[in-house]
Design a protein around this ligand. Structure first.
Ligand SMILES: Cc1ncc(COP(=O)(O)O)c(C=O)c1O
Length: 398
């Protein structure tokens, strides 16, 4: 499936994955709750069966293999990303795990960026390593220098741009060019940018992962993942997810599809407010550095500007050296920025981060504590006031 020619993503968002004419004129597709599917005849049962051997995953056969609600969501996200077909998973980490397992076997070599989402690293170290997959963590900013790390048995190159917590931008086209030359499959986590701000397939990526838990659903109330595949990668990913027993819950899928309709307007608002907050933080005397690729001073700015269409509401900043008491005084008692691990919802959040403990091939040094901030959809001046009060508490506790 290709991107709908000529239509703006905002228009695509409102029309994909639904067909009122097939549903009494009702605008949104229904939620199908199903395990059992009844077939009218033996002939129909045999014709609609899932055939793992040939890779035929058509029709509706059993709840775990997906319902029309699942298909509507997959069709929508596939069209937005410009992929071939998508596979729905119970969460973003499930999408990462099944996409990696789909292309790796014992004896293979995997390249993962060092600035990676930490649970994905754990999956590599605790599960893939146990099954004989060799993992190298490369500096995500290496660009075509990745050539030096490719081995004859490198079968998968993984990307996450920007990196988790520290937000380094990767040169996706340069890395995919090298990976393709070596015949490796390229898997990319595109959760940060969403399909609105970055299009991995146009840069040579084979599998695009989204934690739909974040921006796609957008309301902090569900867990869901999706792997959007090109023609060559669909059957391996679908087979792996189906064989491992991964599927999404119908209500969560419905709500993700509902959230998707407003993705464009939400992302532009996150971008606008995050840029204002990041620029404001840059000027604060308490702040050492802001890590947001949309700031001209950021080391990733040039590549971000070249490849991305915008930036999301998630970024990092490091404080100058301060006491634990002052740091706690800053984070505690925030009125709008609540302490919480997730992001991508409508609300603003902050969480302390410890990047130096999560790396093996690169170094992370900062004079003070690090924070990941998610700038939500609230009024930006109210958010700045909240931060201003936080800095006043930090200074008072110093
Ligand atoms: C970049 C990134 N990818 C994937 C995930 C995993 O998504 P989930 O929590 O739905 O498993 C997260 C979660 O925080 C994330 O930040």
């Amino acid at each position: 499936m290709t991107r709908r020619n000529g239509l703006h993503p905002d228009t695509i968002l409102e029309h994909v994955g639904r067909d009122p004419a097939k549903n009494f004129g009702i605008v949104n597709p229904p939620v199908y709750h199903a395990s059992t599917v009844i077939f009218p005849s033996l002939k129909t049962l045999l014709e609609t069966r899932v055939d793992r051997a040939s890779g035929a995953f058509e029709g509706i056969t059993y709840g775990r293999e997906g319902t029309p609600t699942t298909r509507a969501f997959e069709e929508a996200i596939t069209q937005l990303e410009g992929g071939y077909r998508a596979v729905t998973l119970p969460c973003g980490l499930g999408a990462i795990a099944s996409s990696l397992m789909a292309f790796l076997k014992a004896g293979d070599h995997l390249l993962m960026p060092d600035q990676l989402y930490a649970p994905a690293r754990q999956f590599c170290d605790d599960v893939l390593a146990k099954f004989g997959v060799e993992v190298t963590y490369y500096d995500g900013t290496v660009g075509d220098g990745i050539r030096a790390l490719m081995k004859p048995n490198t079968t998968v190159v993984y990307l996450e741009s920007p990196g988790s917590l520290t937000f380094e931008i990767q040169d996706v086209p340069a890395i995919t060019r090298v990976a393709k030359k070596h015949g490796a499959t390229v898997v990319m986590d595109n959760t940060w940018a969403s399909p609105i701000f970055f299009h991995p397939f146009s840069h040579g990526v084979d599998v695009v992962i989204h934690a739909a838990t974040k921006y796609i659903s957008g309301h902090s109330d569900l867990m869901l993942g999706v792997a959007v595949c090109n023609r060559a990668s669909f059957v391996p990913v679908k087979k792996t997810a189906s064989t491992a027993g991964y599927c999404g819950g119908p209500d969560d899928i419905y709500m993700a599809l509902r959230g998707l309709r407003t993705l464009g307007v939400r992302m532009r608002r996150h971008y606008e407010s995050a840029l204002a907050v990041a620029a404001w933080l840059q000027k604060r005397p308490e702040v050492h550095r802001v890590h947001y690729p949309a700031l001209p001073e950021d080391p990733g700015y040039r590549i971000w500007k070249r490849d991305f269409l915008g930036a999301s509401g998630l970024f990092g900043f490091t404080l100058k050296s301060c006491s634990d008491r002052a740091f706690a005084a800053f984070l505690d008692h925030m009125d709008l920025f609540k302490l919480g691990y997730s992001w991508g919802g409508y609300e603003s959040l902050m969480v302390p981060t410890y990047p130096s403990t999560l790396r093996s091939s690169t170094r992370w040094e900062a004079p003070g504590p690090s924070i990941r901030i998610h700038v939500g959809l609230e009024n930006v001046n109210d958010l700045l006031d909240d931060l201003e009060c936080g800095f006043a508490r930090l200074r008072a506790a110093a």
